[in-house]
Design a protein around this ligand. Structure first.
Ligand code: FAD
Ligand code: SF4
Length: 511
């Protein structure tokens, strides 16, 4: 008789109060399951990263004297279903109490709620002790408001946690937001020091996935696996970021380059989302490092980074719980097209897409602007079904867990929630991509040409999208200028854009 405590694959929080005391009455349970490898086709690096991190976490618990039952994917007793595994263990181990941490995904939250109702023994659900807000805090903050403006939420969080504040009320550096300084194109004139990486040999897990015929996408270097899979790894990525990359984080946050897949981004999202490290310690570490190096690192770099974690990350979690489960079906713009096959191969003549998709397939990673303004932009301009778009983003990225994937994809990128997260759709013609990146120089298409077969496809797609969807944006102040440019466009030019856009949407593989 004893307590069974479930630890899900993204609940690897070493600092959780559960582990403060060791007890022989408590047994922890973790499992690699087909239920989790198969609910979407994942990037192979994502599956490997989760399994490796779970295994190292189980080892860490055992080293501290905790009892752990861990099912490998091919364990004989593994039913491959969470509820069945739990039921089986409760019977086998004569468990008298079941406890779990609240899942971050609606799907698992529902499953565990149903499960706890179905069993006769006492159950308890605990907080994961990871986030800086509760599930419902954002909903309460915006109660009665028409808009869910991230900036107001972010300011509330700065005050609540006294982060980058002066006298409890004013923002440090005189401004709440330094976003306008964060819009530089990277011209190759600053050094981007590269990490040595972890170079882990993960061939045993890759073999396991092959043997068990788990379907995956993307590529992996089995001998040089480079993602953090222990807490020490996560902290070392954080340290590396502070010492080498923070200095230009804000400057080049929106920049893109064909040869620099990471630029000055931190690559902390997997360590954060699996909970190896927590947002509060990341923010404190970054701010402490900045205070010791204020002569070299400008406030704008630090504020830009803090905003991502304290602002956007917590905001997205709150918006997820506010909008689920309806969110997962939202399709405000009624888009129904299929996502082109080249999203799984990178085989396209459009250089921005080719590079962003190739980076994603190679590394299970693309930075925010590649996700938003290249792959997301193209999917929205070609009016792809948000369910298809979600599936791709949920599978391909190392950090993709539904609460943060769907809010960014369906909400921010595909405007499927009708503007709750993004006040205007993130769409652009080729000129934005050219302004922020070095992709267009190496492209088959000419970004400055508006019409003709060698013109940048984004140009026709952009005007076609605005004219097709204008009824949705007519009362949106932030779209007034673009719609008035659309209205001023002569009929023949618009028709030429519409015809070309139709050809691109019908036969994306030709472009
Ligand atoms: P950095 O640029 O170094 O930023 C630091 C940290 O800030 C990130 O690690 C992340 O934790 C947080 N952050 C930054 N932007 C966001 C954001 N918009 N929402 C939430 N947190 C943010 N992020 C995920 O973690 N998982 C996803 O599945 C995911 N899907 C996305 C899909 C689309 C279409 C878009 C546009 C963005 C998505 N993002 C997602 C947000 C963002 O792109 C990634 O967090 C970021 O690229 C991760 O790389 P990094 O750690 O180097 O981030
Ligand atoms: Fe992308 Fe157009 Fe630039 Fe080519 S020209 S890289 S398609 S934006």
């Amino acid at each position: 008789m004893g307590t069974l405590r479930l630890i899900l694959g993204d609940q690897l929080n070493h600092k959780h109060s559960w582990y403060e005391e060791q007890s022989d009455e408590v047994v922890y349970f973790m499992a690699e399951m087909r239920q989790e490898t198969d609910y979407v086709t994942h990037h192979i690096q994502k599956v490997v990263a989760f399994f490796l991190t779970m295994r190292s976490f189980a080892g860490w618990l055992e080293d501290r004297g905790h009892r752990v039952i861990y099912y490998n994917l091919d364990a004989a007793e593994n039913t491959q279903s969470l509820s069945k595994n739990l039921q089986q263990l409760i019977t086998k181990e004569a468990i008298s109490c079941f406890e779990y941490q609240l899942p971050d995904e609606y799907r698992l939250d529902e499953e565990l709620s149903r499960f706890r109702e179905s069993i006769k023994i006492p159950t308890n659900a605990y907080d994961t002790e990871h986030f800086m807000t509760s599930r419902t805090e954002l909903g309460k903050f915006f109660e009665g408001k028409k808009q869910y403006t991230m900036e107001y939420f972010y300011r509330m969080m700065r005050k609540k946690y006294d982060i980058l504040m002066v006298n409890d009320k004013d923002p440090e550096g005189g401004k709440w937001n330094f976003d306008h300084s964060n819009r530089n194109k990277w011209k190759g004139d600053t050094l981007i020091p590269h990490e040595r990486g972890f170079r882990k040999d993960v061939s045993n897990i890759v073999q396991l996935l092959k043997d068990q015929k788990v379907e995956t996408m993307g590529r992996i270097n089995e001998q040089h696996f480079n993602w953090p899979t222990t807490r020490a790894d996560g902290l070392s990525v954080l340290r590396y970021f502070c010492e080498n990359l923070l200095v230009h984080f804000g400057d080049y946050q929106d920049a893109m380059d064909p040869n620099q897949p990471y630029l000055y981004h931190s690559r902390l999202s997997f360590a954060l989302n699996s909970k190896l490290i927590d947002p509060q310690e990341v923010i404190s570490y970054v701010i402490d490092h900045w205070r010791e190096n204020m002569e070299e690192i400008a406030t704008s770099q630090v504020e830009g980074f803090v905003r991502q974690i304290l602002g956007w990350r917590e905001y997205m979690r709150g918006m997820y719980w506010l909008q689920m489960p309806a969110f997962a079906k939202a399709n405000h713009l009624e888009n129904t097209n299929k996502l082109p096959d080249f999203y799984w191969t990178g085989n396209t003549k459009m250089n921005c897409l080719k590079c962003s998709i190739t980076n994603s397939l190679d590394d299970a990673y693309a930075h925010h602007i590649q996700r938003l303004m290249v792959t997301g932009n193209y999917a929205l301009l070609t009016m792809c079904d948000p369910a298809e778009v979600d599936k791709w983003y949920l599978g391909i990225y190392i950090d993709a867990i539904e609460w943060v994937e769907i809010t960014n994809t369906r909400g921010m990128s595909q405007w499927a929630d009708g503007g709750k997260i993004a006040t205007k759709p993130y769409v652009s013609s080729g000129s934005y991509i050219n302004k922020m990146s070095n992709y267009c120089k190496g492209c088959h298409y000419k970004v400055t040409k508006k019409t003709g077969e060698d013109a940048c496809p984004f140009n026709s797609l952009y005007w076609n999208f605005l004219s097709e969807k204008r009824k949705h944006f007519e009362h949106n102040n932030r779209m007034t200028m673009m719609l008035s440019l659309l209205d001023k466009m002569d009929r023949n030019t618009l028709e030429a854009h519409q015809k070309r856009a139709a050809r691109i949407i019908e036969n994306p593989e030709n472009y």
